[in-house]
Design a protein around this ligand. Structure first.
Ligand code: URA
Length: 151
């Protein structure tokens, strides 16, 4: 679950297809999954001007659509990528650092928040923390990490 479409996502109408999306695809692969195995959604459905953080009223407008997506998908696990996604679903202003990496019950699903891939592009030193969070998801789902095939 991401924040909102950027320029590339707006053009293609597909979430997470830009640089952050490419990193997200690698993260999903590292978990032994593919993008087809997961449902990727954004909190806001339109690109905020200049890629600014969505305003509270924009989030409130889009939230019912997101909640309906979640009802239809009925996921076992929800991974919130970044504070906007986590704060929107958990209806909190608390910083993501308060609950990152902790399992939280959310409408019958297990929710975990981790850093956004765009944050990782700017702060690669945070990658081990995100990998630790993703490993928790893998344990819950009974997945083993993807190993590159050697020739
Ligand atoms: N960042 C997001 O949060 N969502 C996207 O779809 C792309 C970048």
């Amino acid at each position: 679950m991401g924040e909102g479409p950027g320029h590339d996502e707006d053009v293609q109408g597909i979430p997470f297809v830009g640089r952050a999306g490419q990193l997200l695809t690698q993260m999903i692969k590292a978990m032994g999954l593919s993008r087809d195995d997961v449902y990727i959604a954004n909190v806001v459905k339109c690109r905020p001007p200049e890629n600014r953080t969505p305003e509270k009223d924009e989030i409130a407008t889009c939230l019912p659509f997101l909640l309906r997506q979640l009802t239809n998908i009925n996921p076992k696990v929800i991974v919130c990528l970044g504070s906007v996604a986590a704060q929107a679903l958990l209806n909190t202003n608390k910083s993501i650092s308060h609950f990152r990496g902790q399992w939280i019950d959310f409408r019958g699903a297990k929710l975990i928040a981790t850093y956004h891939p765009a944050y990782l592009l700017r702060n690669p030193h945070a990658k081990p923390e995100v990998w630790a969070d993703l490993k928790k998801v893998m344990v819950l789902l009974g997945l083993t990490p993807h190993k590159e095939k050697r020739a």
